[in-house]
Ligand binder design. Structure first.
Ligand code: GLN
Length: 195
């Protein structure tokens, strides 16, 4: 059976995730309302603008349904804004969040001067070859609970983490040709299969 992966399609870079997932042989469902979540094996929350996505998540019961699914162990991968929305705490902000990962995100954390940049990250979980990472007004993780694992840091800042079935990156793996990050998420989906 093909993996069916949902991509939250309220705002932001959801098409790019869709293309990569299709390249990796998945069936993709764009998620705009809570009933779209039925039958998916994993969910990606893309980058964009976390306040806008957060507002849209509060219409109907989409945000609440995602939280329920996460508690039921649905694998979720958040990139950039998605990482912010997954965090339990957002520094200096009371915006809506899903609050599923026990960590504090700092928004636009790399400063205005270097709002967007690319870097080679050492991600031992993905092998010895570095990962080219695109950061766009990116957050970093300021503080994590012991059950959150660090997969990569950049300049001493945490930018890639995993907590159980949840994965979050401050960068945009959907904007490069390197499919390893998405493959890693699909491995989590596979491991979760049938559990
Ligand atoms: N700065 C954005 C936010 O706070 C995130 C940027 C992005 O997703 N590329 O949501």
């Amino acid at each position: 059976m093909k993996k069916r992966i949902g991509v939250l399609a309220l705002q932001g870079a959801f098409r790019e995730h869709r293309l990569i997932l299709e390249q990796l042989g998945c069936e993709v469902t764009e998620i705009r309302k809570s009933s779209d979540l039925d039958g998916i094996h994993g969910l990606i929350i893309p980058g964009g603008e976390s306040t806008a996505i957060g507002k849209l998540l509060q219409f109907g019961d989409l945000g609440e349904k995602i939280k329920e699914k996460a508690i039921d162990n649905l694998p979720i991968f958040g990139t950039c804004s998605g990482m912010i929305l997954l965090s339990k705490r957002i520094e200096n902000s009371t915006q809506y969040n899903l609050g599923l990962m026990d960590m504090t995100a700092k928004r636009n954390a790399f400063g205005r001067q270097i709002a967007s940049f690319e870097a080679d990250l050492n991600v031992p979980t993905l092998g010895s070859q570095s990962v080219r990472a695109v950061f766009i007004r990116a957050p970093f993780i300021q503080e994590i609970a012991p059950n959150v694992g660090i997969l990569a840091e950049y300049d001493g800042k945490i930018v890639f983490v995993r907590q159980g079935n949840m994965l979050a990156s401050a960068f945009h793996p959907e904007l490069t040709e390197d499919l390893r990050v998405h493959r890693y998420f699909l491995k989590i989906v596979e491991e979760n299969w049938g559990n």
